[in-house]
Design a binder for this molecule. Structure first.
Ligand code: URP
Ligand code: ZN
Ligand code: ZN
Length: 462
């Protein structure tokens, strides 16, 4: 493979910011040196003067082409990983799904078949367990051996992915024995279903009621319960898509006790709110996801949690459904709107905007978006950092470019943008994945099949 040199940029990792030249050889970072201090020869040179050089983003929560809500997420691995690359993300960890009545093996094979040969960037899998039973528990060690070292359980969506407390406890015990990480969607699904039924009976059918019935207290209650179940099982716990400040308080309290409890939030909870869900003419459907968007006053608590490390990771929960024909399934009944938002392309930029606005530091940006997800899910230091030996997943980032997010210009396979018209400062200029140039100044050079499956080790925070 060619030698590539990136000169004159400010190299930012979770640990430091240093002006440096970066030499790439055979798909890996070979060396860093003070700018101009080495006479390195290279086949290709990128001048990053005035720019940042950051690790490629690691998005630890995506759902490419997942069947859900009577339809299927609209990004395939081909379109979704291409969009991720446009936004400076070079690794995704997607959720393979066990269908009820089927095996983990069948679900994982299905996901490998969807992804294999189609991804522009590297990818790994978590496993959604929707049917905890003896046979499934016996399958879990095999998956861990294959590098699928995290299992997601749902306290929500009865009849679909839902597990009861006994099932969750048993899966947590098994995961703990294996050194695997249990991920939980923490919402009290059965209670929510009662509130949905009551709301619909009152004629409350608009998208905004999705946010009202999925009460913050029911996220907090489930978060508390998940933490106690994890304590009983002796298991580490990762709570996905935290949106309510009351749920965050449960995580913070658990962490103050020294428990191995981790939390993730997503850009939609940091930048969007119930005001979006209340948009007229069914436009609110574009913002239906679970956990739901919360009133704006939850956002400050989430930002604080990101600063204080009560939340460690920002992922997208990318699960796009087109407005036409998919979100529209829920006209007249909000409970039939497929749950999920597009976002895999915008995470790095939105978090950089938070740097611009002074909410987080540059190093914390990289920690939340690259290093911490890589460590959390056993990919560090191959991914998530810039260091000799690491994969050359590198982004040259222009911190001064101004762009307006829009469905007209994004690359996700979805007919709307949740951030339509929002202007942000900062833009990805060049993306390398294992040393190969995927994107350069608006030219897409990636290809399906470049991305390979990443078997993961276990959580590196334990
Ligand atoms: O609304 C969401 N989050 N859809 C994807 C499935 C999930 O719960 O993560
Ligand atoms: Zn979920
Ligand atoms: Zn999800």
């Amino acid at each position: 493979m060619a030698r590539t040199l990136i000169t004159g940029g400010l190299v930012i990792t979770a640990a430091e910011e240093v002006p440096a030249d970066v030499l790439v050889e055979d798909g890996r970072v070979a060396a860093l040196a003070l700018p101009g201090s080495q006479r390195w020869s290279a086949d290709r040179v990128f001048d990053a003067s005035g720019k940042y050089v950051v690790p490629g983003g690691v998005d630890a929560h995506t759902h490419m082409e997942m069947p859900f809500g009577g339809t299927r997420a609209s990004d395939t691995f081909t379109t979704g990983t291409r969009a991720a690359a446009w936004g400076g993300t070079t690794t995704i960890v997607d959720f393979a799904v066990q269908s009820r009545g089927s095996s983990l093996r069948a679900g994982l094979d299905d996901w490998h078949a969807k992804a294999d040969g189609n991804c522009a960037i590297d990818y790994a899998f978590h496993m959604i367990v929707s049917d905890v039973n003896e046979a499934v528990l016996r399958e879990m060690p095999g998956l861990v051996g294959e590098g699928v070292t995290s299992f997601k359980l749902f306290m929500a969506y009865p009849g679909v992915f839902y597990s009861d407390d006994g099932q969750i406890l048993r899966a947590m015990q098994q995961a703990a024995d294996l050194g695997a990480l249990t991920m939980v969607h923490a919402e009290n699904g059965p209670a929510i279903d009662v509130l949905v039924e009551q709301a619909l009976a009152r004629g409350e059918t608009d998208p905004r009621y999705h946010g009202e019935v999925r009460r913050a207290l029911l996220e907090a209650e489930a978060t508390h319960r998940a933490i106690q179940l994890a304590r009983v099982a002796g298991a580490p716990l990762y709570v996905v898509h935290v949106s309510a400040r009351e749920a965050l308080a449960e995580l913070a309290a658990a962490r103050d006790l020294g428990l191995p409890v981790f939390g993730e939030t997503c850009p939609q909870y940091l930048f969007l709110s119930t005001d979006n869900l209340a948009e007229p003419d069914f436009e609110g459907a574009k913002y239906v996801c679970s956990t739901p968007l919360r009133p704006k006053d939850h956002q400050d608590a989430l930002w604080r949690g990101l600063r204080t490390d009560d939340l460690q990771v920002v992922s997208t929960d990318h699960c796009p459904f087109c407005f036409a024909g998919q979100k529209e399934l829920g006209r007249g009944d909000f409970s039939k709107i497929p749950n999920g938002l597009p976002g895999v392309e915008h995470r790095m930029d939105l978090l950089h905007q938070a740097v611009v606005e002074g909410r987080i530091s540059r190093r914390r940006w990289i920690e939340l978006a690259c290093a911490a997800p890589a460590r959390m899910f056993g990919l560090h230091p191959r991914k998530g950092t810039i260091a000799p030996g690491a994969d050359a997943d590198l982004v040259i980032y222009d911190p001064h470019a101004v762009q307006t997010l829009s469905a007209a210009t994004h690359h996700m396979n979805v007919d709307y943008s949740a951030y339509e018209g929002r202007t942000v400062t900062g833009r990805v200029e060049t993306v390398l994945s294992r040393g190969e140039v995927v994107l350069d100044r608006g030219d897409y050079l990636g290809r399906p099949g470049h991305g390979t499956f990443l078997p993961r080790s276990t959580c590196q925070y334990l």
